[in-house]
Design a protein around this ligand. Structure first.
Ligand code: ZN
Ligand code: ZN
Length: 264
């Protein structure tokens, strides 16, 4: 059994809490530590019980309080070899013995078995995770320019998938506050997944035993929760998949704590 909850999910800050029977983990710690601690306390999770932080990549919306959490609570950091230096450079001084470098092979933290997969993104390295505990399996994939076959394969058959649905293409293209350079960066193959691109992936997942998806990492400027939800649902319906019946769709709140999913 594990419980999974987003603590924050947007271009401004990302963190997911995974609570097992013995072990608690975070995927990323991209918000201020004071806010992270407050959220953990609301969920009755003692920050001292966070055994490790799994790092996806070095962007500040994912690592803002990684260093301070390690120094204050002694959490371990798990980081892929490809992104190790870039992440370590940004988190301040930490005890080297608390840093575990992983490669592409699965590894264990407490009762969890964790496998990473690479995501195309404009960072030195970016990974998503499949977290397994007994027969429960959940996957996390944000910050990807496109969903490769490998990514989709990793998401299939998971009981819960947290998937990026970053922007609405029209809102982004018409946004007067974004330069053409930035727009191209976001839309590009190493940028972020749009609502429609996310919907296409979810359609495949619905046909491959995934029953619950959480739309995550929404842009605060180029998306809204209702537009994102509506776009995905309309796409699924057009493909003969009934949202709520064949697959449940949730939207992760940008700053508030999300729904606590219990995965058995
Ligand atoms: Zn991000
Ligand atoms: Zn990023």
């Amino acid at each position: 059994m594990m419980k999974v909850v987003t603590l924050s999910s947007s271009s401004k800050g990302n963190s997911v809490l995974i609570m097992g029977e013995q072990t608690n983990l975070l995927i990323d710690a991209g918000i201020k530590m004071s806010s992270l601690i407050e959220k953990l306390q609301i969920l009755n999770c003692d920050p001292n019980s966070i055994k490790a932080i799994l790092s996806t990549h070095e962007h500040s919306d994912h690592i803002k309080s990684v260093g301070s959490m390690m120094r204050k609570f002694g959490c371990m950091l798990y980081v892929h070899a490809d992104g190790h230096d870039a992440v370590l450079k940004k988190i301040g001084h930490v005890d080297e013995r608390k840093v575990v470098t992983f490669y592409d092979q699965p590894f264990c933290v407490g009762e969890f078995e964790i496998k990473c997969f690479h995501l195309p993104h404009d960072s030195v390295s970016c990974v998503g995770f499949v977290v397994k505990c007994g027969s429960s399996k959940f996957a996390y994939a944000t910050d990807l320019g496109y969903a490769s076959e490998e990514t989709v394969e990793n998401l299939k058959n998971c009981k819960l998938v947290i998937l990026e649905s970053n922007h609405d293409d029209k809102m982004l293209i018409n946004n007067p506050n974004y330069s053409d350079f930035l727009k191209r960066r976001i839309i590009g193959r190493r940028g972020h997944l749009s609502n429609v691109a996310s919907a296409k992936v979810i359609c495949t997942l619905a046909q491959n035993n995934v029953k619950q998806v959480v739309l995550a990492h929404l842009s605060l400027e180029n998306n809204t929760p209702s537009l994102c939800y509506q776009t995905v649902c309309e796409y699924l319906e057009a493909m003969g998949i009934i949202p709520g019946t064949n697959i449940k769709i949730d939207v992760a709140p940008a700053q508030a704590i999300g729904t606590v999913f219990v995965i058995k």
